[in-house]
Design a protein. Structure first.
Length: 173
């Protein structure tokens, strides 16, 4: 059935959600048709810890990159900013900065107006006080309590004054 999971992923439209959420909440019927597994069977495999979440997240994100060109045929397509993995979601722009080595897991993010700091996590997220956030916006908004906070301009790399927006602009020019 593992070889059928990519086919299931390709047939679903919810690329911003995790594959586990799609299987369990959004498309359980489609999952059963494609893989032959019922939802209770899948849950037994999850409970038995058959899946290595870190490896499955990596595999799903790699598959998403591979499938991306086949999802559109015009030049006006914009990929979703948030991409679901197996159990985690990630911001594609933040992931790109990490994959290019511009940001490293363990790097500290700060803001001159707040004493709190954040850390780039091993799983393409941002950690604050033990909580993982999917995107710079989510992390900044959690700290400020303001849903309009732009995390890309809010966060700076601790060792210099570049914001995440500056870093992103640097690779997009």
């Amino acid at each position: 059935f593992l070889t059928r999971i990519p086919a299931f992923m390709y047939l679903t439209d919810d690329r911003e959600k995790t594959v586990k959420d799609i299987i369990q909440q959004v498309e359980p019927g489609l999952f059963q048709k494609v893989t032959g597994l019922t939802l209770p069977d899948f849950q037994q495999l999850v409970d038995a810890q058959v899946f290595d979440d870190a490896k499955m997240n990596d595999a799903v994100w790699k598959f998403r990159t591979f499938e991306e060109p086949s999802l559109h045929y015009d030049t006006h397509y914009e990929a979703p900013e948030i991409q679901g993995g197996w159990t985690l979601r990630r911001d594609t722009h933040l992931a790109r900065l990490i994959d290019l080595g511009i940001l490293q897991p363990g790097d500290t993010l700060t803001n001159p107006d707040h004493t709190a700091s954040a850390t780039i996590t091993e799983d393409y997220g941002i950690g604050i006080d033990g909580l993982r956030y999917t995107s710079p916006d989510d992390a900044a908004q959690a700290l400020t309590g303001d849903k309009n906070t732009d995390g890309w301009t809010y966060w700076q790399i601790a060792q210099d004054s570049d914001t995440l927006a500056d870093l992103l602009d640097g690779i997009n020019t």
